[in-house]
Design a protein around this ligand. Sequence first.
Ligand SMILES: Cc1c2[nH]c(c1CCC(=O)O)Cc1[nH]c(c(CCC(=O)O)c1C)Cc1[nH]c(c(CCC(=O)O)c1C)Cc1[nH]c(c(C)c1CCC(=O)O)C2
Length: 341
Amino acid sequence: MNNTFLQACRGQKTTHTPVWFMRQAGRYLPEYQKIRGKVSFLELCKTPELAVEVTLQPIDIFGFDAAILFSDILIPMEAMGLELEFHEGRGPLFPTPVRSQKAVDALVIPVPEEQLPFVLETIRLLRLTLQVPLIGFAGAPFTLATYLIEGGSSKVFLHTKKMMFQEPQLFHNLMAKITACTSVYLQAQARAGAQALQLFDSWVGILAPCDYEEFVLPYTRSIIRDLRAGTDVPIIYFANNGATLTDLTTTVGADVLGFDWRLPIREAVARAGRHAVQGNIDPLALFLPPKQLEERIRTMLIDAQDAQGYIFNLGHGIQPETPTEHVRIAVNAVHRFSGKS
Ligand SMILES: Cc1c2[nH]c(c1CCC(=O)O)Cc1[nH]c(c(CCC(=O)O)c1C)Cc1[nH]c(c(CCC(=O)O)c1C)Cc1[nH]c(c(C)c1CCC(=O)O)C2
């Protein structure tokens, strides 16, 4: 059993630097495309045998030190009673956005064992075969709220910010409801066997720190506080584009802070204090010529050496166009330069 990832999460010494990539199971892999050619994305997420297969693919192919459950942050939103669609090339869509108190009241807090049994079954099945730790995850409340309010992906987040500034109580009510859902969902994942939990806050980078503090931080903090009461799995908080929020994100209560590439890793380590650090190579740096890619990784490992636990990762999800050979080169470089025998 390779436990380097969990050791790093806990700030313990490891034989080598553990590495996994956000979105490591996905479209850049021909093996994933083959399965996706036969079923829709939502069917794939809801069929445990297939979700298990695509979760294992990057582990078997590249030797990552952790697996991440194959699912999506929006899956539990469907369980809250919302219609969710994925369209080829357009990303997720909620045909009926949540923009009124009536719509917020209509959201249900799911019982994961009843509305999301396929996720828990996928976790249980994975634990039977995995030789590396399994990461469960959820979207952090703000990131989920943006999808619900906008009805899908967005660039300026007009409806989200309009609600925050014009109807703050409505925004708080929505955040509270998503928080309750996320809290029970993550607890269920831990009970099913997830060995670490990551909260993805993909869109907090659009917020002024004062708004993050008022509208976001209390909710994420309360999810982590609830988790601490029932389980001791390490918790990773990834605030994408969050360099300007680090004074606040360090107070969220996580064990590990994930960083995007906009902050030099040395600075991320300094700001993270006693947290373990995860990150943060630019996902598109995987397009560098091999020698330069290896050089960049070597430098990052040196710059991160004072971290209280370090997990090598991308600064955001891997792009579908990424050459698989360069993923192999990167994983091998992390292992080789950090002393894996
Ligand atoms: C914002 C967000 C989403 N989903 C997720 C986030 C947070 C991370 C981030 O910021 O990227 C998280 C996610 N999505 C997926 C995983 C699986 C596990 C893994 O990391 O390998 C995880 C952890 C699979 C997926 N989620 C999605 C795919 C592609 C679906 C396909 O096969 O067509 C996969 C493999 C679809 C998805 N899902 C989402 C979008 C915007 C899209 C469309 C854009 C895109 O395709 O990248 C929402």
